[in-house]
Design a protein. Structure first.
Length: 255
């Protein structure tokens, strides 16, 4: 996969999520539109998202509910894309949403592969799981943050590090969030952390997905230093940021 193809996959998916065309990421500045449903969007929710923003390169694009559109078109273009998810910007957004019964849920950075870096060589005892092989982990709380088991975000491929008995002690898995943009999650059991397993598994899975023509991505919280370091050391670099809303009674939802 070339860098140009990778960037085009990301541009296309992020635009579809908002109901826009990929050319939006070449405009610069802030774009505000009413959200519309397009085939192929990532289905983290059902129904209207009310307020959804993606920041990519020097462009911030927001897709909002029609009731919020007058406010959004007046206020959001005054923000700088690179800084709009600082606390001041998020506070402004949240205060505008709350009278409608919504609030800002999360604002996270996301990472894509740095194709200039070498591949990771497999070493140690590993196991790969795909399709029906993943069902053996359904309901296992150790991998609840790694495997989604959600119909709209199907788990596709996983790689695990094994202990001497052949049991998984760390796992990285990919869910098909978009047609060619798949999300990686990783977890290592407490007794095996600090050995570089999360980095190695994430890097191996990244390479395997690229071989399949899929763009893997990695997301985490800005304050999660350990996870941010996994992304960096596994060969990912910052690619975009997202902000999304939820109804006030669902602000603690994981997605």
């Amino acid at each position: 996969m070339t860098s140009q193809e990778l960037e085009a996959v990301i541009d296309a998916q992020l635009a579809v999520d908002l109901g826009l065309e990929p050319s939006v990421w070449d405009r610069g500045g802030v774009t505000v539109v009413p959200w519309r449903e397009l085939p192929g969007r990532r289905r983290y929710w059902e129904g209207h998202p009310f307020f959804l923003g993606h920041i990519r390169r020097d462009t911030a694009a927001f897709a909002v509910h029609p009731d919020l559109l007058p406010w959004a078109r007046e206020v959001l273009p005054g923000l700088e894309p690179e800084w709009c998810l600082d606390y001041g910007g998020l506070r402004t957004m949240d205060q505008a949403l709350r009278p409608f019964g919504w609030g800002i849920c999360k604002a996270h950075p996301f990472f894509s592969p740095d194709l200039s870096l070498p591949r990771t060589a497999p070493n140690g005892d590993l196991a790969w799981y795909e399709g029906a092989d993943l069902e053996q982990f359904r309901g296992d709380p150790r991998w609840a943050g790694t495997l989604a088991f959600q119909p709209a975000l199907p788990d596709m491929l996983a790689v695990a590090a094994l202990d001497g008995s052949g049991a998984p002690v760390g796992m990285a898995a990919a869910s098909r969030d978009g047609a060619r943009l798949w999300q990686i999650g990783v977890n290592v059991l407490p007794g095996y952390r600090g050995r570089g397993l999360a980095v190695r598994l994430t890097a191996l899975l990244k390479d395997a997905l690229l071989d399949r023509g899929v763009v893997p991505f990695y997301g985490t919280a800005l304050s999660h230093a350990a996870s941010l370091n996994v992304a960096r050391r596994a060969g990912f670099r910052p690619a975009w940021a997202e902000v999304w809303a939820r109804p006030l009674d669902r602000l603690d939802d994981s997605l």
